[in-house]
Every structure is written in structure tokens, then in C-alpha cells.
Design a protein around this ligand. Sequence first.
Ligand SMILES: Cc1cc2nc3c(=O)[nH]c(=O)nc-3n(C[C@H](O)[C@H](O)[C@H](O)COP(=O)(O)O)c2cc1C
Length: 228
Amino acid sequence: MNETPHATTTTAATPSGPTTTSPAPSSSAPAAASSSSRGPLRLAVIVGSTRRGRFAPVPAEWFAGRAREHGGFEVDVVDLAEERLPDTLVDDERSIPEPVARLAPRLAAADAFVVVTPEYNHSFPAPLKTAIDWFYTEWQAKPVGFVSYGGVSGGLRSVEHLRGVFNEVYAIPTRDTVCFPNYQDAFGTDGQLLAPDRPNEAAKTMLDRLAWLGHALRNHRADHPFAS
Ligand SMILES: Cc1cc2nc3c(=O)[nH]c(=O)nc-3n(C[C@H](O)[C@H](O)[C@H](O)COP(=O)(O)O)c2cc1C
């Protein structure tokens, strides 16, 4: 774990072996087609904290700006505080709550995801887990990157937990992430980074990986739909 007071790329992924667990719940709503196999990738940036007075919009806006400047992505910011997904899951497609049905096509249309997450009690926020659990096919065979923030851990314990969860829904977490240890020291009161070079570099590395994986997986999904 990196505990230096700046963003950095991190290593984390561990290989996972074959699973014998039961199938995940079916997708909750009809999926929209993801983008065609040409053109920019669609990147959904998911804001994982819904807490009143949260810090989350600061790193989320910074990262969305980096993604737009990267040039390879159309960026859709999915703020879970605005989506207000209910925390009671249902498996009857006829009673899918309206916020879930509304979000499903945005996630289905994405070719890649980046989750912006804090760390709550050494893991990620409960509303983020609820959001992941509402969907299934929407995540499948797509890369997922992470921007984390927190105290000395920089939110990396959240990211480690998220890797296992996304693995279960057949998403592909990137090795490279962006993390902000002691995040209060990284951003000024205007929301701008005080020392942007290394975070910008880390963001570019992760975005390059997401672009590579995103194109490869989008092309392959077009020829061979992923069997859920
Ligand atoms: C319930 C709760 C648990 C927390 N646990 C941790 C923790 O385990 N590690 C950490 O680095 N920060 C922890 N924090 C501090 C958060 O890093 C800090 O509150 C941060 O602003 C949360 O992000 P947010 O404001 O976007 O929700 C916790 C905060 C809350 C509200």
C-alpha cells in the first residue's frame, strides 16, 4: 500500500481462480446497446459517496476533466447521490424501481467504468454496493478503474474490496488506479490539486489502460456477445 501524500499508480490485483458459486442475480432492467465498435469509448464515472457534505464531487470532477482531456472517451458522470437507488433489491422484472430502470441504459451503454470511492471503515460505501448489486449484465466484460481517497490508506482498502465484487460480476478491474492519501492535503479550497503532476500522470496511465481494454473488449463483445 502506498502511503505517500500524493496520487500514484498502485498494484493490487490478485489472480482469481475458477469459481463454483451460484449464478449472480439476473440483470434488473433491459440493457441498452453499448456503443458501436468504432468511435470514442463511453466511460461512466461513478461517484460512490452519497453522504451529505461529502468530498466526492471534488475528485470526481477532477477525474472527469482528465478523462475528457484524454481524448479517447465520451464521459458520463453517474452520481449515486442523484440516482437515489433504493436499497431493497427485487428480482421481479415487473417491479423494477424507476431509478434503477433509468440508470440501466446508461450503464449498459458504457464501455468502461471508473468508480470514485472513499473508504468507510476499511471498505467502500454501502450505496455503492447497492448500485453494483442492482445490475449484472451491465458490468460484464468491461474494464473498471478506480479513483480512491481517504486517510493514510488513500482509500485503497475500498479498492481491494471492490476488485473482488467486480470480479464476481465479470467486470475487469485495472491494475492501475489513482489514489489520494490524506486527500485534504492534495486539493486546495478551490477544489484544484495543489501538486497536479503525479495525479495527472496516474490518471493518464489508468485511462490508457482503460482505453486499451475497453476497445479490445468492445470489439470482442460485438462479435461474441458475452454469455451471462
Ligand atoms: C462512516 C465513515 C467511516 C470512515 N472510515 C474511514 C476509513 O476506514 N479510512 C479512511 O481513510 N477514512 C475513513 N473515513 C473518513 C473519510 O475518508 C472521509 O470522511 C471522506 O471525506 C469520505 O468521503 P466523502 O466525504 O466523499 O463521503 C470514514 C468516514 C466515514 C463517514
